[in-house]
Every structure is written in structure tokens, then in C-alpha cells.
Design a binder for this molecule. Structure first.
Ligand code: DGJ
Length: 738
């Protein structure tokens, strides 16, 4: 998978699908020669190098050489070289200089992949799955090493990259910008695809043409990757579609401030970089200290956006998620948040749980409001002991009663936060993120605990461990409901303030690591005001994430569709909620709410006692359906997007089993049309040769895969009228005929 051609000083990372070429240049720096579809390996690719003398060009080797960093596709551009584009690395030295010159020293090619702990990263289960190239570069003046690491998987068109800096010099240095990866292309014939939005409309698909200059998405909120932009971008050729054409994905395994940037030069070269956002970041290294960047996962696809997404899905589901839940279908849950909000007591909870049991749910989740004086969102956060007025037998008693009903018990927590009206704040007012003498902004009446301080993480770890140990807890929803403001730590000295936000995220990872190690059987679901922390790093600790607070079925189509660009269905928390919907006041058919939620972890978030007898029967059937197909939808199947909710009135998608013998497709419409034409759903991902038994609504017939994909399934709008008209939907089940 990785070869070094010494005569031309070229590294070739390749498998059946992708090639990545790096050359050691005359000045010792690295050139990015090629990244794309796999090409034959051979000794010499140096003709890919492009150079010519240009006016105003800074030349970085002695005359008569004409090498210039400005016109070279660099592997890891640094500041101060005569390249006037954004660098991947910028280092401030004690004499005020930021000029660096890292040149090649050595390299190592190894089997498998090193762990980046405490940072999350993709991994291998056996050494033959991947190979890793680590290139060591050195700056003599600072006496500092720069390690660029590349892992290529045998079976995936994936290159995982990270950067590590080890400082040996006696004078301290300050890292002001350390990107995880930088990649360059010789042309700008791309569209930039990203996932952007806000609370309750997270990860909408956005697409724009690359232009000269910088285009970027970023997160700067300190606590999470954010609802505004996901730490991901893709470059797609303008003619690439869902199913064919060239797409490059860039995904950052990180939950804090990030930058995902493209820069097109006036010579049409495109530079992409991904890493911790340099704003507010400065990391001091003394002699002997090192800095490890988060990981960037690069995916190459010739099979359009679906090809890219399916690679991310497989990799993230099987080589990023970990633990006992990785390969297990997820329990069907009932969460009480939209059923009760803060207004509950044990009797009410048991009544809701008992109905959940009756319909076939498997897990009851007690959301916010069970602890301290938490009867509203003004108080209580930080006081992780049960409110005995609401739950006289404690979490311990309640969890046992729920288990006695035959349900598992899950609990909501928000460990990184504190209300000023709490015992924790009264005891430790300095544990808040905030600057002395400055106003401390509040959001949802709460403040961010300073997780950059180990003693704060230790305290919360001890407190929550007692709750978990004293009860029967099978699931934890780890919520986080505000962004950081006034980012200053009272526990750090002046020179370390630029380290606070990254250390905060490391503190979150530390707590996750300790809790998942101590309680390995617990299923964690991450959450941040809905889906503001839906990033790959979270999946390493919590194999599912609450996708959005927006539980409206029709809005969820967009959110789940966009999320699926990178994240597998099994990672998407998806619930059926009440109507009128609490976020949009929209009424959608109960069937559609389930038909959308099936393509995720599936659960309910309403008081089932308020449903009619007929609706309860429907819910029972929905749960039975999900139990039958969740292995296919969540674990075994490949997901294909068919019709985009961003492009029209109809949305469709399908999950097809690995052996292509089984599939479940969903079709959804927004508004109904009167006296409309027939619809024709063309499926995808099937085996042309397989004869399928097709079942939807009350219809059943047989058809070959080619017929279903190329001729389609025609159906009348009358069928959608029968399904409820506006916001109606259909589920198609396909099984290979015996
Ligand atoms: C925000 C979450 O997204 C909701 O699901 C719910 O848990 C509330 N927080 C509780 O405060």
C-alpha cells in the first residue's frame, strides 16, 4: 500500500481505488504530486512537478534553480517561505520570528495505525488492514520535529492524516496554527459541498462553485463542532452526481473549534486544509514537549456523493465507533422530554414507561429535570444528585422499577455545565469559564464548567459515577446546551490562555474515556441542543448522536439526508414525536413520522397514553417493523440517497443489504398535488439479476432489480391521498424471491 521510490524520492500510497503521491523536493520540503484515482505504481512521477520562472516569484533554492513555494503544490505549507497563500503551520519563536523551514529527515512505513489517544481517531483491528507512513521533518533553527502521518486502508479509498510537533530546542515556541492536513490540486474545477445550518435545521446540504480566493466553513464556539457548520467539506467535480463522478471528502475527527478551508490561487490551484481553527489558539511548547493534532479523514470517490458517503459510513461505523454497541442494533427507546419537559414525578414516569413497554419499546430514557432543584432551566446543573421530591426512591429505585417492567433504563446528563443557582457553583465559583472583571454571558441561564482543568473533570467524574453505580443504567444521553463565551480559564496562567479551548475538548474526551472504560456496557448518545455536536470524534465515544431537536418528520428529511453525507444511519438518533409538532406546530401522519425515524436509531418522544387505541395499534406495528429491519438498516445495509429534499417536493432513499437480497426504501412527499400525474420511483443499489418480492401499502408483486432501478415503481397520487395527503409517505420492502 505504501512504496518509497528512493531514486526520485517519491512516496506512493495506493490501493485499488486511490493513489496519493508525495515528493521530497530539492529544498527538502514536500510536494503533493497527485491525489486521485489509483494509477500504476512506478519509479518516477517527477514529471508531475510544475515549475517555471514567473515575475515577482520568490525562489527558495540557490540560483540557477527556480523552485518557488508559491507555485508548488505543497504537502504541508508553512509560513514565511515566499508562498503567499494560507499556511498549514505557523510557529512564533522567542525572537518574534515566525519563519520556519521544515525539511525531510527520515520516514517510517509501518503496518496498521498508531492510536492518537487521548484524541479519538479511526483504528485498525488487525495490522494488515492498513499501512502508515510517518515522515519526519526538522527545523534546525528551532530544533523542532514535524511528523506528518498518513494511513491508507487496504479496502477503503481512505487516507487518514495527522500532524505532530515535537520540540527539542531550549527556547520555547508557540504554535499559532497547526492544520491536521493540507492537500493541493492543480485546478479549480470543483464545487464545494458543506453541511451548514443552525439549531433545529442542522446539516443542510450547501453547494457552491469554487472561485479564486478563500472559501471556508468554521466553528468557533469552543464547546462543540456546532450546529452552524459541520467539520467537513467535499470537493466535487461539477458533473459529479449522487452515483458517479469524482468527489473528495475531508472530515475532521474533532469536536472543538475547526477550520475547513479551500483557497484557489490566481493560477487556478486549489488548496484544501482542515484542522483546529487558529483563532484563539496558541499552544506553547517547551523543550521536550509535543503537540498532536486531531485526525483528518480524506475519502476519494469515483462513484459520486453516494460513493463518498458509503465509505465514511463503513469506516466510521466499523473503525471509529467502538465498544459493545458498535455492532449491535440499537434499542427502541421512549424518551420523556417532549412528553413532560420538567413537569414529572415518579408516578407520571412509570405510567409513560408502562405504556412504552406495552407497545414493545425496550428502553426508557429519563431526560432533563431529575436532579438538584431542576424544575426549570434556571437552576440545578452541576448538582448531580437526585431530586427526591420528584423521585422519592431515587434514580436507583426508579431504574429498578422500570427494569422490573422489562425495560432498560437510561438517564440524561449535562456534565459540562453549571447554573449559578446550584450548590456546585456556590462551592466553586471559579470553576466557570469566564474572565475576571468581565461580564459572564449566559445561555439558557447556564455557564460552561472549565473542563480545561483536571480537578473539575475529576470532580464531575466522581459525582456522576456514584449516580451510575447506585442504579441500573443501560444508556446515557450526554447533553451539552451552550457555546462558550469569554473563553478564559481562571486555572491557567497568562501564557496558557490560548490553550484553554483545545484543553476543554481534551477534558471532554478524558471524561468520556473514563466513563466508557468504567461502564463499558452503557450505550452513550451524545447531544448538544439537538445536533450541534454531530461530529466523528463523538462517535468514537458515543456511537449515536441526537440528530436534531427538530422532530418534525418533514424537516427531519432534510436533516437526516444532509447528515448522511458523512454519518451512518446507526449514528442518527431519530424519534417519533407528537403532533402538532413542538418545534413547527405542523401535523404529519403518524406513519410518516415513523417512516422517517426508521432510518436512524428509532424511538418515541411523546406520551403514548395520549394516543388513541388505533394509534397504539399502529405504534405496535411500527415497533415490530423496526425490530425486523433494524439489523439491515443500522448494521448490514448500504444507504443510497435517491431524491433530495433540497431539490424538490419528494424525498426518497433506500438501504440495501450487503448481499443485495433485502432492501427497505422510503418515499416521502411534502405537499400533495391535486389531480396530479403518476409518480415513478426508480430504486438504486439493487442487483439487476435478482428477482425481488416488492411490498408497499397493500400492494405486492415481483420484479427484477433492473426493472426496479431503470423502469421504476409507478404509483398514483391517489395512493398518497390514502396515506394522508400532505406529508404522506410510503415504505417499500424488497426481498429476494425464494
Ligand atoms: C436539549 C436536547 O437536545 C433535548 O433533547 C433535551 O434533552 C433538552 N436539552 C433537555 O434540556
Amino acid at each position: 500500500m505504501i512504496k518509497y521510490h528512493d531514486s526520485k524520492k517519491i512516496f506512493h500510497l495506493f490501493n485499488r481505488e486511490v493513489s496519493y503521491l508525495i515528493r521530497i523536493m530539492e529544498n527538502g520540503q514536500l510536494e503533493n504530486l497527485y491525489y486521485g484515482k489509483a494509477i500504476h505504481d512506478r519509479e518516477d512521477f517527477s514529471h508531475f512537478h510544475q515549475e517555471e520562472m514567473r515575475s515577482q516569484m520568490s525562489v527558495c533554492i540557490p540560483e540557477p534553480g527556480i523552485l518557488s513555494m508559491q507555485y508548488t503544490k505543497q504537502e504541508y505549507p508553512v509560513y514565511g517561505t515566499g508562498d503567499y497563500r494560507s499556511p498549514a503551520l505557523s510557529v512564533r519563536q522567542e525572537n518574534g520570528s515566525s519563519i520556519v523551514n521544515f525539511t525531510y529527515v527520515s520516514h517510517e512505513i509501518m503496518k496498521g495505525k498508531r492510536s492518537l489517544a487521548p484524541l479519538p481517531a479511526v483504528y485498525t483491528e488487525n495490522e494488515d488492514e492498513a499501512e502508515t507512513l510517518e515522515i519526519r521533518l526538522h527545523d534546525e533553527v528551532m530544533d523542532t520535529d514535524l511528523f506528518l502521518s498518513y494511513t491508507i486502508y487496504a479496502e477503503y479509498p481512505v487516507i487518514a492524516r495527522n500532524t505532530r510537533i515535537v520540540h527539542h530546542g531550549t527556547e520555547k515556541i508557540t504554535l499559532e496554527r497547526v492544520m491536521s492536513a493540507s492537500v493541493e490540486f492543480s485546478d479549480m474545477d470543483f464545487e464545494m459541498v458543506h453541511l451548514s445550518g443552525a439549531w433545529s435545521r442542522e446539516r443542510y446540504v450547501k453547494n457552491r462553485k469554487l472561485e479564486m480566493g478563500i472559501q471556508a466553513v468554521q466553528g468557533l464556539n469552543g464547546t462543540c463542532s456546532g450546529a452552524e457548520h459541520n467539520p467537513f467539506l467535499a470537493l466535487k467535480r461539477p458533473d459529479a452526481t449522487e452515483s458517479q463522478g469524482e468527489v473528495y471528502g475531508f472530515s475532521l475527527v474533532y469536536s472543538g473549534n475547526f477550520l475547513a478551508q479551500t483557497e484557489v490561487s490566481t493560477f487556478d490551484m486549489t488548496r484544501v486544509m482542515l484542522g483546529i481553527h487558529p483563532e484563539g489558539f496558541s499552544w506553547t511548547l517547551n523543550q521536550g514537549e509535543e503537540f498532536q493534532s486531531p485526525e483528518a479523514v480524506l475519502v476519494y470517490s469515483r462513484d459520486g456523493l453516494t460513493g463518498m458517503s458509503q465509505t465514511y459510513h463503513r469506516l466510521y461505523r466499523t473503525r471509529l465507533m467502538r465498544g459493545v454497541w458498535r455492532d449491535r442494533p440499537r434499542p427502541i427507546l421512549l424518551n420523556n422530554w417532549e412528553a413532560t419537559y420538567f413537569d414529572f414525578n415518579e408516578e407520571k414516569i412509570l405510567k409513560i414507561a408502562s405504556k412504552a413497554k406495552e407497545v414493545g419499546a425496550e428502553l426508557f430514557v429519563l431526560d432533563d429535570g431529575w436532579f438538584g432543584a431542576r424544575n426549570d432551566d434556571y437552576r440545578g446543573l452541576g448538582d448531580w444528585y437526585v431530586n427526591l421530591d420528584k423521585l422519592p426512591d431515587g434514580i436507583s429505585g426508579l431504574s429498578k422499577k422500570i427494569e422490573a417492567m422489562g425495560l432498560k433504563f437510561g438517564l440524561w446528563v449535562e456534565l459540562e455545565m453549571v447554573n449559578k443557582d446550584s450548590d456546585l457553583y456556590r462551592a466553586h465559583p471559579d470553576w466557570l469559564i469566564g474572565a475576571p472583571g468581565r461580564f459572564e454571558s449566559h445561555a439558557r441561564h447556564q455557564h460552561v464548567l472549565d473542563f480545561s482543568r483536571k480537578e473539575v473533570v475529576d470532580y464531575i467524574y466522581e459525582m456522576i459515577s456514584k449516580v451510575i453505580e447506585g442504579a441500573s443504567i443501560s444508556y446515557i444521553k450526554w447533553d451539552m446546551n451552550r457555546y462558550m463565551s469569554e473563553p478564559y480559564s481562571r486555572g491557567a496562567d497568562a501564557s496558557s490562555q490560548g490553550m484553554v479551548m483545545h484543553r476543554y475538548i481534551l477534558g471532554v474526551y478524558d471524561l468520556y474515556t473514563r466513563l466508557t472504560q468504567r461502564f463499558p456496557e452503557i450505550l452513550f448518545e451524545s447531544c448538544a441542543s439537538g445536533g450541534a455536536r454531530f461530529d466523528p470524534a463523538m462517535l468514537y465515544f458515543a456511537p449515536q448522536t441526537w440528530t436534531s431537536d427538530d422532530t418534525d418528520a418533514s424537516e427531519r428529511l432534510k436533516i437526516q439526508y444532509g447528515t448522511s453525507y458523512v454519518y451512518p444511519l446507526v449514528s442518527m438518533g431519530s424519534h417519533v414525536s407528537a403532533v402538532p409538532n413542538h418545534q413547527l406546530h405542523r401535523v404529519t401522519p403518524l406513519a410518516t413520522r415513523a417512516n422517517v425515524a426508521y432510518f436512524g436509531t428509532f424511538g418515541y418522544e411523546l406520551d403514548l397514553n395520549l394516543l388513541t387505541v388505533e394509534e397504539i395499534e399502529q405504534v405496535k406495528q411500527q415497533i415490530a417493523f423496526m425490530k425486523e429491519y433494524r439489523e439491515l438498516i443500522q448494521i448490514d445495509g448500504d444507504f443510497y440517497r435517491i431524491l433530495s429534499p433540497f431539490e424538490g417536493n419528494e424525498t426518497a432513499w433506500i438501504v440495501v443489504s450487503q448481499d443485495k437480497k433485502q432492501a427497505v426504501a422510503g418515499f416521502y412527499q411534502r405537499l400533495n398535488k391535486v389531480n396530479g400525474s403518476w409518480l415513478n420511483l426508480k430504486l438504486t443499489g439493487l442487483d439487476s439479476e435478482v428477482l425481488y418480492e416488492v411490498e408497499y401499502a397493500d400492494k405486492k408483486y415481483q420484479a427484477y432489480g433492473d426493472e426496479l432501478m431503470y423502469a421504476g415503481i409507478p404509483f398514483s397520487r391517489e395512493l398518497l391521498n390514502q396515506m394522508g395527503g400532505d406529508f404522506s409517505s410510503l415504505i417499500f420492502v424488497l426481498k429476494a424471491a425464494a
